[in-house]
Ligand binder design. Structure first.
Ligand code: GN1
Ligand code: MG
Length: 364
């Protein structure tokens, strides 16, 4: 976002959105700062003399039914706050407007919601030790474990077929057939590679229907876990927008693809894209500690499948968005989505190349 746009947005928030949350007197003493690095929603920290909170503009292209997401957040926060076995992490609480609603729909001016800010927290883009990897897997695992006794049907499906690789491939094929921006020729090798993984689809079709449906986070990447500012320990799982029922294997896999890669998900030096087995082992240990007694043996066996599928699926989503004119993921430069797709497809290839080492860790 340019400085000019940021200034307009801040002024807009100040004069149009904040009056729904704070009194007129508090408004003039309020600071508004951009927060986080998410690819989808706009996020700000709002600091008033009385309270600091998080304000978000929900991307309604990605979430066409934003009230489903809001209702889910309320159900989850309530469940975690009253969890039977104490949930050890902080919970972000949805905040109501002055008139008592958990969101405000301003039509063309956006769909806005607020939630509590977790003090003294920070997010990281890369882990700095294997101990931190274990902590991260424990935290995401504790989140899923705490939701294990919540009926999956109490949450609404916010994005249909969000975790369906066949549906994602189908959309990619449709977008490529139109090729509105004539970008396909420039990425044909990646496109063809994505469609060459038939054996994975067969394996998925055999196993996925047998897996239990449970409430999953569905976006377990590094920067969706807040750490304490003063010491490297997790304090809260955030970004619950895609919490939905589904198979557990994708939460494990998404953690692996985002934490065990040697470089960031949009790094362009593809020769440096590879998996770090020691981080992988640390994640497996943390996941096992948090979910060992909750996971069924089939869920345990499916973790390697979930890792490969979720990595390929994200690559397919980035490639689709590139061909479709970058309408879904926020980009900072024209080839950004193609670079992300190439990176994630390379990571997927690396998963296959490093399979025997990684699977040994899982099977131990
Ligand atoms: C998006 O919003 P953010 O950056 O936490 C995306 C995830 C992807 C991720 C890739 C709703 O997450 O599915 O895995 O980017 N969220 C949505 O970095 O599509
Ligand atoms: Mg996020």
């Amino acid at each position: 976002m340019s400085h000019a746009t940021a200034a307009v947005t801040t002024a807009f928030i100040q004069h149009v959105v904040l009056p729904h949350y704070v009194t007129e007197e508090q408004q003039c003493q309020t600071q508004i700062q951009p927060l986080g690095n998410g690819h989808i929603n706009g996020t700000w920290r709002v600091i008033t003399p009385q309270i600091t909170f998080v304000l978000q503009r929900i991307n309604t292209t990605v979430f066409p039914q934003p009230w489903a997401l809001i209702n889910n957040a309320v159900v989850i926060a309530k469940h975690l706050s009253m969890a039977k076995t104490a949930y050890p992490l902080a919970v972000t609480q949805p905040l109501a407007t002055l008139s008592g609603d958990f969101a405000i729909d301003l039509g063309a001016q956006g769909f806005w919601r607020a939630m509590s800010y977790i003090a003294n927290s920070c997010s990281v883009e890369q882990l700095s030790s294997v101990q931190q990897a274990t902590q991260l897997a424990q935290a995401f695992g504790q989140f899923v474990a705490a939701l294990a006794d919540l009926n999956p049907d109490s949450l609404q499906e916010v994005i249909p077929a969000f975790r369906s690789l066949p549906a994602r491939l189908h959309t990619l094929q449709q977008v490529a057939e139109t090729d509105r921006l004539q970008r396909l020729d420039g990425c044909r090798q990646w496109y063809d590679f994505a469609f060459s993984q038939q054996a994975l689809l067969t394996e998925l079709a055999e196993i996925e229907p047998l897996l239990p449906r449970r409430i999953c986070h569905n976006d377990t990447k590094i920067n969706n876990l807040l750490f304490a500012q003063t010491q490297p320990c997790p304090i809260a799982v955030v970004d619950l927008d895609t919490c939905m029922p589904g198979p557990l294997m994708y939460d494990f896999g998404d953690m692996v693809r985002s934490c065990c890669a040697a470089v960031a998900e949009d790094a362009t030096e593809l020769q440096r894209v590879r998996m770090m087995p020691d981080y992988f082992a640390a994640l497996v240990a943390g996941w096992q500690q948090a979910l060992g007694t909750t996971m069924t043996s089939l869920e345990r066996q499916s973790l390697w499948l979930g890792t490969r599928v979720v990595t390929l699926m994200l690559a397919v989503r980035f490639l689709t968005d590139y061909l479709d004119g970058d309408r879904y993921f926020r980009i900072t430069h024209p080839q950004h989505n193609l670079e992300r797709a190439a990176n994630q497809l390379t990571l997927y290839q690396q998963l296959l190349a490093q399979q025997s080492v990684l699977k040994d860790v899982l099977d131990k």
